[in-house]
Design a protein around this ligand. Structure first.
Ligand SMILES: Cc1ncc(COP(=O)(O)O)c(C=O)c1O
Length: 382
């Protein structure tokens, strides 16, 4: 099978599994060979080398490989001793796992609305949402665009709160000159196959500059063992798989070039899309985005998505359903909090194709089609 036979030639995919996977055959074979010949299938040198390389990439002292991004969040919350009495500040326009992790440790998510310009946690609303039970701030760098971190770091310091950054979508994103994840006690990453840095299955990592937290995370990911097979604390099994680590290492080496492609696609969209008809993404002043998603907004979102699909341009929606209104997370006591910006965003967001493997001709085709359909819809609704 040739690479070009893996994607139908005309289709522009939202998540290029086939096209990006086709590029990974050689590395996958080599990774499998290395792991099999090492004879170390669990927590061997591939994991420890990947941890060293990922820590260097993010500019942190320690990286701890774990089984998934959700586990990274759970382990971070557990390492910081967040539990059943505690509330954690988070957003509702992101994916479910951030909230699922908070609930998994028995804590209560306290949803705060997002800024209408950036669609990131509205840092001006956080202080008002604090209660005597609030113990932790858990912002998500949604779409790979950094949250405004300095005000959150100050709030965490002045109110004695823990700060965890959910960087699952933001490998390569920066706030000022810091990689995301390094302003908090712990930064959490996912290497789910659609992420900027992708494993070929589930995988994740925590980063930290605190050696005590590094040690605690290592204990927690392996049954609470401290050096010998005796559980010193209540742990679990959440190890990064040796084979996934071996697959992640060449993907990490290729990440800067892939991030450059994403950023060129984003620049083309920002200059080519019609900003009178569509709301284009807005990145926090001190932020450098990693462009995991390129999210536009329109009240005609559903029609635009349908017309683009007819043109073989596949777009995603991140996310259509706000988490605070999902059956699992609706608070039966207080009712749902009022999050007007979040709810409107969920009706309007549309993620355009931005995979590094797309060509500039394909991005131009998307720009023309989006502008044309947005104009059509605008004249229909007049
Ligand atoms: C923002 C965010 N947090 C957490 C996760 C959970 O990561 P995983 O799917 O690796 O458990 C994801 C990925 O889906 C995510 O996008």
């Amino acid at each position: 099978m040739t690479d070009s036979s893996l994607d139908s030639s005309h289709e522009i995919p939202a998540a290029a599994f086939r096209r990006s996977l086709a590029n990974r055959h050689a590395h996958a074979a080599e990774a499998m060979r290395r792991v099999l010949s090492s004879g170390q299938l669990i927590l061997g040198t591939e994991v420890s080398d990947f941890e060293t390389e990922f820590a260097a990439f993010t500019g942190t002292q320690h990286a701890v490989g774990v089984a998934s991004g959700t586990d990274a969040l759970i382990l971070a919350l557990r390492a910081l001793e967040i539990g059943p009495e505690d509330e954690v500040i988070c957003v509702a326009n992101g994916p479910v796992p951030t909230v699922a992790a908070i609930r998994a440790v028995g804590a209560t998510p306290r949803f705060v609305d997002v800024d209408s310009g950036t669609l990131q946690l509205d840092v001006n609303l956080v202080e008002m949402a604090l209660t005597t039970r609030t113990r932790c701030l858990l912002p998500v760098h949604l779409y790979g665009c950094p949250v405004d971190l300095d005000p959150l770091v100050s709030l965490a310091e002045s109110h004695n709160l823990k700060l965890i950054e959910d960087c699952a979508q933001a490998h390569g994103a920066r706030y000022g000159n810091r990689h995301v994840g390094t302003s908090a006690a712990i930064g959490c990453f996912s290497f789910y196959p659609t992420k900027n840095l992708a494993a070929l299955g589930d995988a994740g990592a925590c980063i930290t500059n605190d050696p005590n937290l590094d040690q605690r995370l290592r204990e927690l990911r392996m049954y609470g063992f401290r050096g010998r097979a005796i559980a010193e604390i209540d742990g679990m099994n959440s190890r990064l798989d040796e084979l996934q680590a071996a697959l992640l290492r060449p993907a990490l080496a290729a990440l800067p070039a892939a991030l450059q492609q994403r950023s060129e696609h984003a620049a083309a969209y920002l200059s080519g899309l019609n900003s009178d008809l569509l709301r284009l993404p807005n990145v926090t002043a001190r932020g450098t985005a990693a462009w995991h998603q390129f999210v536009i907004r329109s009240p005609n979102r559903d029609a635009i998505q349908r017309l683009l699909r007819e043109d073989s341009i596949l777009c995603g929606i991140h996310y259509a359903w706000p988490v605070h209104l999902m059956p699992a997370y609706k608070d039966p006591g207080d009712g749902a909090p009022s999050l007007p910006v979040t709810e409107q965003a969920c009706d309007e967001v549309l993620s355009l194709p931005i995979l590094p493997e797309l060509t500039s001709d394909e991005i131009s085709r998307v720009i023309d089609a989006v502008n044309r359909t947005a104009l059509q819809q605008e004249s229909h609704s007049r």
